[in-house]
Structures are given as structure tokens and as C-alpha cells.
Design a protein. Structure first.
Length: 322
């Protein structure tokens, strides 16, 4: 739950031996991975249907479209065969094929294992399905996908299996926020987490990731119970990452204050994210992942175009200076 104000709603305890606990969680996750991969491929195929590459002009081999010749362009760019058909000069444009790197990070901390009876998906399972499916779509579009400190960027057609294997074999205990690494300028970062960490910690991490000019997309993955607080009577809330527990005699009397805390925390997350020019989205696990994937793919396409334009602008400036 937001910050340290309320405990995470889960009955899962923590082990005194982090390494053993991490190994045990990896084994449980490994048993669920086949289902997650199948779901990711199903969702990816839905997204891929109707998409046709990055569809923007640039250097490459695939024909995209003809456009009118613009005064000042090199005459060598004119397609004379097409131009001979009417009174206009035409340039044959090719589709932009300059791949870039996307870093995909799904929070695997203990709080992500939570799922209420309002949904069949845990936050972790949904975050992994989204990251797998989006990676599949991006790789088929010619991009490279990596996992910070876990998997080097790859354009392999087996990206989902590679990601799943690296995650299963990772025995280290993972924190609630992404590791500090340095994504290159014009690369993109996708973060999927419940984001209940204190705002000060979140601000520091986002600032470090954005420092070199990388663009990012933050998705807060939450269980419907974490928004609606459907509890009544005497309830014990156990914090899943070792911060203890709290008991409510009449849980329903906490609902309004709790929802206010959630709204304030989320507004602060959005403000911090947008201050760095990144995007922020909330996704509930009782809703399908397709709409989220379409939104992320569209936003990443817009950022890619802007990155390409910025890169060309810098290149022209350097050429002029020379």
C-alpha cells in the first residue's frame, strides 16, 4: 500500500533466509511460467494483428510509400519510372529500420504476489504477461529488448523464452524498485510495479534512469482490492515485505481515509513521472491486458519517432559545425 501508511494486503509472510526464499519463489514461478507464456503469446498475437512495422520514413530496404519531390532535395532521390506516369516528381521512401533498445523491468518483490478474490491474476503474473507480450511485439517490429542487470538486449525471435529462463534462474531477492543502471539516450524503459514504495525513493530512481535522456513508461499494476478496499469487520493486514501487521476492528471505517491516501500517492507518482517527460498508466488486474499493450505500443512509437528526429537534428548540427 502507499508508502508506510497502510500495510500491504496479503497473508504471505517473509523468510528469514532471503536466498532460500528467493529460490523457493523461483520454483513456484517456474511452475506458472508455461501458462504465462501461452497467455503472453495470445495477447501479443492480438496486438500484432493489424500492425505493420513502425511505418515511418527512414533508411531501410522495405518500400513504404511515394511522396512528392521537395525542392532542394538531391535529384538522385527521384524515382523517374514513377514520375514518368504524370506531371509530378516522386521520391520512393523506405520504412525506418533503425532499431533501438527497450529495457523491460517487472517488479518481482513479495508484494507483487498478492491477488484478492476479485481477480484470477496476481500482480506479478500480470506484469510478466504484459512484459513478455510487449517484448514479443517489439522484437517482431525489429527492436531489441533487455532486462536490467539480467538479460542483454536481444532481437531474438525466442525473446519470451529467453526472458522467462533468465527470470526463473535468478535467485537473488529483488527490491520493489528497479536497479540503478544507465540506459542510453533515446532508449526506452518500461517499468511494471505496484509502486507502493515511498515517493522519495521513487523520485530518486526515476531521476537516475532519465538522467541520460532515456524515455520511459511507468505502469502501476494494482489489484482491485487495493483500490476499492472491500473489507469489513475485524481484519488483520500483514505487510508482505517484513514491516509487520496491523489489525482493524472495523475495517470498513478505514475505507474513505485509505482511498484518499491511495489517490494522493498516485497523484504524486504521476507528477514525478511526468516531470521527467515519462508516461504513467494505472492497470488493474481484473481487466484484460490488451488495452494496456495497445496504449504502451502507441506511446513507444511516438517516442521512437521523436528520438529519430532528435538524432537527425543533432547529426545535421554536427555536420554544419564541421
Amino acid at each position: 500500500m502507499p508508502g508506510n501508511d497502510l500495510a500491504e494486503l496479503t497473508a504471505t509472510g517473509t523468510s528469514a533466509l532471503p536466498v532460500n526464499a528467493a529460490a523457493g519463489k523461483s520454483s513456484k514461478l517456474a511452475a506458472r511460467i508455461p501458462r504465462l507464456i501461452l497467455e503472453a503469446r495470445r495477447v501479443a498475437s492480438t496486438l500484432i494483428h493489424g500492425l505493420h512495422g513502425r511505418r515511418r520514413a527512414g533508411t531501410g530496404e522495405n518500400f513504404w510509400q511515394y511522396r512528392h519531390f521537395t525542392s532542394g532535395e538531391p535529384a538522385g532521390r527521384i524515382d523517374w519510372r514513377r514520375s514518368a506516369r504524370d506531371d509530378h516528381l516522386y521520391v520512393r521512401e523506405r520504412e525506418w529500420e533503425a532499431s533501438h533498445t527497450i529495457w523491460m523491468w517487472a517488479d518481482r518483490s513479495p508484494s507483487m504476489d498478492f491477488s484478492s478474490n476479485l481477480t484470477e491474476w496476481s500482480k506479478l503474473d500480470r506484469a510478466l504477461v504484459v512484459s513478455f507480450a510487449l517484448s514479443e511485439v517489439l522484437v517482431q517490429g525489429g527492436e531489441r529488448v533487455g532486462i536490467p542487470l539480467l538479460m542483454r538486449p536481444t532481437a531474438s525471435r525466442n525473446v519470451i523464452e529467453t526472458m522467462a529462463q533468465r527470470i526463473i534462474l535468478d535467485r537473488t531477492e529483488r527490491p520493489s524498485l528497479p536497479p540503478n543502471f544507465a540506459p542510453a539516450p533515446f532508449s526506452e524503459v518500461v517499468l511494471l510495479s505496484d509502486l507502493w514504495s515511498p515517493i522519495s525513493e521513487y523520485r530518486k530512481v526515476i531521476g537516475q534512469l532519465a538522467a541520460n535522456g532515456a524515455r520511459g513508461h511507468v505502469v502501476q499494476v494494482c489489484d482491485p482490492a487495493e483500490e476499492t478496499f472491500p473489507y469489513a469487520g475485524r481484519v488483520e493486514f500483514v505487510e508482505s515485505e517484513g514491516a509487520g501487521s496491523v489489525t482493524a476492528g472495523r475495517a470498513e471505517t478505514w475505507r474513505d481515509e485509505y482511498q484518499t491516501l491511495v489517490a494522493n500517492h498516485r497523484a504524486a507518482l504521476r507528477a514525478e513521472t511526468e516531470a521527467f517527460g515519462w508516461t504513467f498508466t494505472v492497470h488493474r488486474t481484473d481487466r484484460g491486458p490488451t488495452e494496456l499493450l495497445f496504449a504502451l505500443h502507441a506511446r513507444m512509437g511516438a517516442h521512437s519517432v521523436q528520438g529519430a528526429l532528435n538524432s537527425r537534428h543533432l547529426t545535421r548540427q554536427a555536420g554544419g559545425a564541421a
